[in-house]
Design a protein around this ligand. Structure first.
Ligand SMILES: [Fe+2]
Ligand SMILES: [Fe+2]
Length: 481
C-alpha cells in the first residue's frame, strides 16, 4: 500500500494525479466557479468572511491526515482524495465475487452506478443548504465551528462524487455534476432527491439530531459503497468515512450536552417530574419529552432513507458487485446470498409480522437493521448521561413502523411502541410523539447566539474537551462584522 501525496499545486488539491489528467482537470476547473457561486449563495449565511478554525485534509494516511488552521470558508481547499489503492483487491460480494476490482466502469452497470453516485452526491450539498442559517443562532463559537466544519466537509463530499461522474461518465457525468448544483433542498420545483434532505433544520436541536441520525445513514451508505467492486468509488467512500465520523461526533455530543444541561438544571431546581414541562422550560433548558419528540422525528425520517425493505434495485446492485453490505468482509456467508433468507418486518392483514424473505431482496432491510443497532449504542450513551445526573428518564428508539413515508408501513399510523392506530387517533395524539408548533416555537425562543469565547447558551453544557485540544475560551471563529 503506497500513500499518494496530495498535490496542492493545482487549484483543486488531489491525490489522483490531476496534472496528468488534463481533460478531467479541465472539466473540474470549469465546474469550480459554479460550485463557489453555490457555496456563497447556499452555504453558511452571514459568515463567508469569518475566519474559522477548520481542519483540512492534508494526507490520506490514517495516522495524521488533517491539520487545523484559520480559514475563510470560501477559501477552503476542497479536494479530491481517495484512500490508497489496495494491491490485488478483489470484488468482495455478488456474482463477480473474487474477480479483480474494476478500475473503469463496466458497461453493463453504467446506468446503475451513475445513479448510485448521483444519489449519494445529492445528499452532500443538500445538508449544507439545510444548515445554512444555523451560524446565526449558534450556542457558542465551539458549536459554530462544528457546523461549519461539517458544512465544508459535505462540500468536499460533493467534490468526491462529481469527480467520479466527470472522470468516468463522460458527457452524462458532466450533466449530472451540473444538476447537482441546481437542485435545492426544500424547493418544490427542483427539490433534492431524498425526502429527509428536503426537510428544514430550523434549530440546533434539529441539527444535532440530524448529524446523529441522518449523517449516520450517510455512514451506512458509504460503508456499503466502500465495498464496491468499482474501485474508485470504494476508495472515495473509504476516505469520506474518516470525515463522516466527526459529523456523528458533533451530533452525539451535541445531544449529550443538551441532555446534561437539562438534567442538571432540573436537579438544581429540585424538579423531579420530567413532565412538568412549564417549570423545566422556565429554566431556559429543553425539557426531556421535547427532546424525545425530536428524536422520534429524525429517526423515522432517516429510516425512510433506506428505501423499501424488499427491493429488487438493492438486489441488483448487490448482485452486480456495486453496493455491498455493512462490513461485508466480516460477514460469515457465501457473499452471494444464493439460498439465504433474512427476516423482514411486514404488514400482513393489518398486523406487523416478521417474515422471511430472500436475503438478496432484503439488502435494504439488513442495512437498516445495522443502522438501528448503531443508533441504539449511541442512545445508550445518552441514557448513561441522564442516569448519572440522577434524573429518572430513558430515551428509546421508536418502532420502525412509526411515522413512515416509505416502505411497508407508509399507509398506516403506529405509535412509537408499534401499536397500530386509526387515522383519527393518530391526528388526535400525534403531538404527543412528534414536535408540535408550540414545541418548535419554544426551542426557537432559546436559539439566541452566544459569540463570546468560552461562553455557552443556557440550554447546552460545554464540551469536555476542545477541538484540537484547544482550551475552553479558544476563539474558534473570528467573526468579521
Ligand atoms: Fe457527507
Ligand atoms: Fe456527513
Amino acid at each position: 500500500m503506497t500513500i499518494q501525496a496530495i498535490d496542492y499545486s493545482t487549484k483543486i488539491p488531489n491525490n489522483v494525479n490531476l496534472t496528468e489528467d488534463r481533460q478531467v482537470l479541465r472539466a473540474l476547473e470549469s465546474w469550480h466557479p459554479g460550485y463557489i457561486d453555490w457555496w456563497k449563495s447556499m452555504g453558511p449565511e452571514g459568515f463567508q468572511e469569518a475566519m474559522v478554525y477548520l481542519r483540512t485534509a492534508v494526507s490520506v494516511d490514517p495516522k495524521g491526515w488533517a491539520k487545523f488552521d484559520y480559514v475563510k470558508m470560501p477559501d477552503y481547499r476542497w479536494g479530491i482524495l481517495l484512500a490508497p489503492q489496495e494491491e490485488g483487491r478483489t470484488i468482495p460480494f455478488g456474482r463477480h465475487l473474487g474477480e479483480p476490482v474494476w478500475q473503469e466502469v463496466p458497461g453493463e452497470y453504467r446506468a446503475m452506478l451513475r445513479r448510485l453516485i448521483t444519489i449519494q452526491g445529492d445528499t452532500e450539498p443538500a445538508s449544507v443548504e439545510q444548515q445554512r442559517h444555523l451560524g446565526k443562532t449558534a450556542p457558542s463559537l465551539y458549536d459554530m465551528r462544528n457546523v461549519f466544519q461539517v458544512n465544508v466537509e459535505e462540500g468536499r463530499h460533493l467534490w468526491a462524487m462529481i469527480y467520479l461522474l466527470q472522470k468516468y461518465f463522460g458527457r452524462d457525468g458532466r450533466e449530472e455534476a451540473a444538476e447537482l448544483l441546481q437542485r435545492r433542498s426544500g424547493d418544490p420545483d427542483k427539490p433534492r432527491m431524498l425526502g429527509a434532505f428536503n426537510e428544514q433544520t430550523p434549530d440546533w436541536l434539529s441539527f444535532h439530531m440530524f448529524t446523529f441520525f441522518t449523517d449516520r445513514d450517510g455512514k451506512m451508505q458509504l460503508e456499503s459503497l466502500a465495498q464496491s467492486g468499482f474501485d474508485p468509488l470504494s476508495r472515495t467512500c473509504r476516505f469520506m468515512l474518516t470525515e463522516e465520523a466527526h459529523h456523528m461526533f458533533v451530533g452525539e455530543t451535541g445531544i449529550g450536552r443538551t441532555l446534561q444541561r437539562t438534567c442538571e438544571a432540573m436537579k438544581e431546581a429540585g424538579i423531579e417530574d420530567v413532565n412538568d414541562i412549564e417549570r423545566v422550560r422556565a429554566l431556559g433548558v429543553i425539557d426531556l419529552p421535547t427532546i424525545k419528540k425530536k428524536l422520534n422525528m429524525h429517526y423515522s425520517l432517516s429510516l425512510d432513507l433506506f428505501g423499501s425493505e424488499v427491493s429488487t434495485n438493492a438486489a441488483n446492485a448487490f448482485n452486480a458487485g456495486l453496493k455491498g453490505r455493512f462490513q461485508e468482509s466480516k460477514i460469515q456467508d457465501d457473499h452471494k446470498l444464493d439460498n439465504a433468507n433474512y427476516p423482514v418486518l411486514k404488514l400482513v392483514d393489518g398486523k406487523i409480522k416478521r417474515i422471511d424473505e430472500p436475503a438478496l431482496t432484503a439488502i435494504n432491510m439488513r442495512l437498516r437493521d445495522d443502522y438501528t443497532a448503531d443508533c441504539q449504542r449511541g442512545l445508550e450513551r445518552w441514557n448513561k448521561i441522564i442516569e448519572r445526573t440522577g434524573v429518572a428518564y430513558r430515551l428509546e428508539l421508536p418502532h420502525v413502523a412509526f411515522h413512515r413515508q416509505i416502505g411497508e408501513f407508509k399507509n398506516i399510523q403506529a405509535k412509537p411502541d408499534g401499536t397500530i392506530v386509526d387515522d383519527a387517533t393518530w391526528s388526535r395524539d400525534k403531538e404527543k410523539y412528534l414536535p408540535s408548533k408550540d414545541d418548535g416555537e419554544f426551542i426557537q425562543s432559546l436559539m439566541k447566539p452566544v459569540t463570546e469565547p468560552g461562553k455557552f447558551a443556557s440550554w447546552i453544557a460545554p464540551p469536555r474537551v476542545g477541538i484540537d485540544n484547544k482550551p475552553g475560551d479558544f476563539e474558534y471563529v473570528k467573526i468579521v462584522a
